[in-house]
Design a protein. Structure first.
Length: 239
């Protein structure tokens, strides 16, 4: 799974490099997370992880605080999650996660990106069964067995763990995210996560030819230009 994660991060690095857009997406996600699970990060582990991730991506504190204050107010936009999927250029698979206050607009925008890339959006379940929905934690630690033991004691079903030069990557079911994070934080005080989030990881990869790769890059750029799009997952083998 490690390569899948690396592909995902390289793709997002290429297509989500505009600070304003990154700030906007984090602000929207923090607002929704705080509104649904409570604005106190100590009681809302998902919010705490999201804030930590935002800080690592250099999102200013005022953006984070504004989103949380907005959630405390109880008003504001009524964002709802939406997920679209289908086959992209060269038969690759794509999952697009959105937060939207206008599902009809968002669906039309995402469908247009598929159309312009000479692809077709599918129905729910078209490709999602070919992805694993997992919690991923990446951090530096020199004792893989101690990490595994801590998670097992917390009744976390670890699906995979990788060690690359002291950088551990732990994969667990998405439903175990909060339990796994709490176990790691409590067992290893001061732990610093490089990655701490839930992702869709492809079970297999697709290599694209030159023409399809040009279309794929165009497809990714169009999707990441959409304000409602939060995350894009795919199974393209990146160089």
């Amino acid at each position: 799974m490690g390569r899948a994660y690396q592909n995902r991060k390289e793709s997002m690095a290429k297509t989500s490099d505009m600070k304003a857009r990154v700030y906007s997406r984090y602000g929207r996600e923090i607002y929704v997370c705080a509104k649904s699970g409570g604005p106190d990060p100590s009681a809302n582990l998902a919010l705490r992880g999201l804030i930590d991730r935002a800080k690592k991506d250099q999102v200013p504190s005022h953006v984070i605080e504004k989103a949380i204050d907005k959630a405390k107010g109880g008003g504001g936009e009524d964002y709802a999650p939406a997920r679209y999927e289908g086959y992209g250029p060269g038969g690759c698979m794509a999952l697009i996660e959105c937060l939207t206050d206008n599902p009809n607009r968002t669906f039309g925008d995402v469908r247009l990106a598929f159309t312009k890339a000479k692809c077709k959006i599918g129905t729910q379940g078209t490709v999602s069964h070919m992805f694993d929905h997992v919690a991923i934690f990446v951090f530096r630690h020199d004792d893989e067995d101690a990490v595994l033991e801590a998670l097992m004691e917390a009744d976390v079903d670890v699906t995979d763990i990788e060690n690359e030069g002291g950088l551990l990557t732990v994969f667990a079911p998405n439903t175990s995210y909060a339990k796994a994070r709490q176990a790691l934080v409590e067992t290893f005080p001061g732990i610093d996560f490089d990655v701490d989030e839930i992702q869709f990881v492809p079970q297999s990869f697709t290599a694209l030819g030159e023409e399809d790769r040009v279309l794929f890059d165009k497809f990714m750029a169009m999707l990441n230009d959409l304000d409602d799009v939060q995350n894009v997952y795919h199974n393209v083998e990146l160089d």
